[in-house]
Design a protein around this ligand. Structure first.
Ligand code: SF4
Length: 439
């Protein structure tokens, strides 16, 4: 094991302290629970400890994201660490708060896949990082910047970890060794461990106990059986891909093999057995050859499209079964209601009862609704659709789409979505007109 010279990390701590006393700008600290961000947080806590208590005025917010499909053992460790960080900060009056940021239910992994029909992500369509990781951080930072003005964001990015990251870091506007954030212009980025090697990071973590008290040997053990690399806290699109992730989501279909999950199973975490199997199910649903996807894209063009409604129903059934097998809460009631809403706007739309029927069958849970009212509504929809000379399905999908947008208080994208539904309607009419009649 490489030993890191004491003066090297003292130099880093000194430069962090200089930055601390230089101005009043608040700090944000990206924390993923992986080795690099653990070292970063440890250095920052140690730096603030050297500042006299009366001068610890700077607000510091540790930011961690929880995609809600995190590998359970890792999520437990991260939550434990955040809780210890918070208590330690309180005891020592460090003025450091911790924040576990989650995507809102309407952007959760399951609402996007089972509700909207997004195919499980791959390298070319990696829709998840933005929605599950970047957006929650951006929302938090923008809310804080509203009354902060400018802020400094500390990251545990290292040049040795990614050459593309090194290029991006090299190309940005800088001021006093801080880089302007590419998407948040009032945020300046600091990378205190930028030039350290992986060996130096481990040397520090294994030689020094974290100020908040947790032991890094557990972290080291988690890394032991897998390749290097982690899904770092995602702050912008230039952050290295989650590919080769050590600490990613258990659902991750971007990596070829989920070595973290496999390693945990080999180490005796039995929860991982069913989760690893379900990841295979996601791969099955993503492959267009298996018949779970439309053969038209969302914009109507030819090519593998979203999961069709039967595929979404089947995936929900399998997810609920997984929930029973693992006794873990994998999907919430709020997500189920959102999925129901989205199914009404899908091609071959659901009648508004699909989720309820699946739940009734699998769990004996009844969702509230009024059948008579629904039937009256259906009749009215048929009449209006006839007057407009479109199919009733198309009208229902359009109504559901408008409802979906109005619930999220936005209108951007609605005209395009409505247009796509009308295109589908034309396409279906053309198909029907082509179908030969049998005498
Ligand atoms: S770990 Fe995989 S599924 Fe999770 S956000 Fe990263 S790329 Fe997406």
């Amino acid at each position: 094991m490489v030993r890191m010279a004491d003066n090297s990390y003292r130099d880093i701590i000194d430069s962090i302290v200089q930055l601390y006393v230089a101005d009043d700008r608040p700090w944000l600290v990206g924390f993923s629970g992986g080795k690099d961000s653990t070292m970063l947080a440890s250095l920052i806590f140690n730096a603030v400890l050297t500042v006299p208590t009366a001068q610890r005025k700077k607000p510091i917010a540790v930011l961690c994201t929880d995609t809600r499909v995190e590998i359970p053992a890792i999520a437990e460790i991260v939550e434990g660490t955040l809780s210890r960080m918070y208590k330690f900060s309180q005891q020592k009056e460090l003025n450091i708060e911790v924040n576990l940021l989650k995507p809102p239910p309407e952007q959760s992994f399951w609402v996007n896949i089972i509700g909207r029909g997004y195919p499980p992500p791959n390298r070319t369509f990696r829709w998840c990082t933005q929605r599950l990781k970047i957006d929650p951080v951006t929302v938090f930072v923008n809310q804080r910047l509203g009354h902060w003005g400018e802020a400094i964001l500390h990251l545990g990015a290292r040049r040795a970890e990614s050459s593309s990251r090194a290029q991006t870091m090299a190309g940005r506007e800088s001021r006093n060794n801080l880089l302007r954030h590419p998407d948040l212009p009032r945020v300046w980025v600091s990378n205190p461990i930028e030039f350290l090697t992986t060996e130096e990071v481990w040397a520090y973590l294994l030689q020094k106990q974290n100020p908040w008290g947790s032991d890094n040997r557990i972290l080291y053990k988690l890394y032991t059986n897998a390749s290097n690399g982690e899904c770092p806290i995602q702050i912008d699109t230039s952050t290295p891909s989650c590919g080769n992730s050590r600490f990613g989501c258990w659902t991750c279909t971007v990596v070829d093999r989920d070595k973290a999950s496999e390693g945990l199973l080999a180490a005796g975490d039995e929860r991982m057995e069913h989760l690893i199997e379900f990841r295979e199910t996601l791969l099955e649903f993503r492959d267009p050859d298996n018949g779970w996807r439309d053969n038209r894209r969302m914009n109507g063009n030819e090519g593998p499209g979203p999961l069709h409604i039967k595929g979404r129903r089947e995936l929900l059934k399998r997810l609920l079964k997984l929930q029973e097998e693992t006794s873990m809460i994998l999907i919430t009631s709020e997500e189920l209601l959102l999925i129901q809403q989205l199914w009404k706007a899908a091609r071959s739309p659901d009648d508004g009862w699909g989720v309820s029927r699946i739940l009734n069958k699998q769990r004996g849970v009844v969702m509230n609704s009024d059948l008579n009212e629904l039937n009256r509504l259906r009749e009215m929809e048929e009449e209006v659709a006839q007057e407009l000379n479109i199919r009733a399905d198309a009208l229902r999908r359009m109504l559901a789409k408008v409802e979906e947008y109005s619930e999220s208080h936005r209108a951007h994208g609605l005209p395009d979505d409505l247009l796509n539904i009308l295109r589908d309607d034309l396409y279906c009419n053309a198909l029907q007109n082509k179908t030969p009649t049998i005498n």
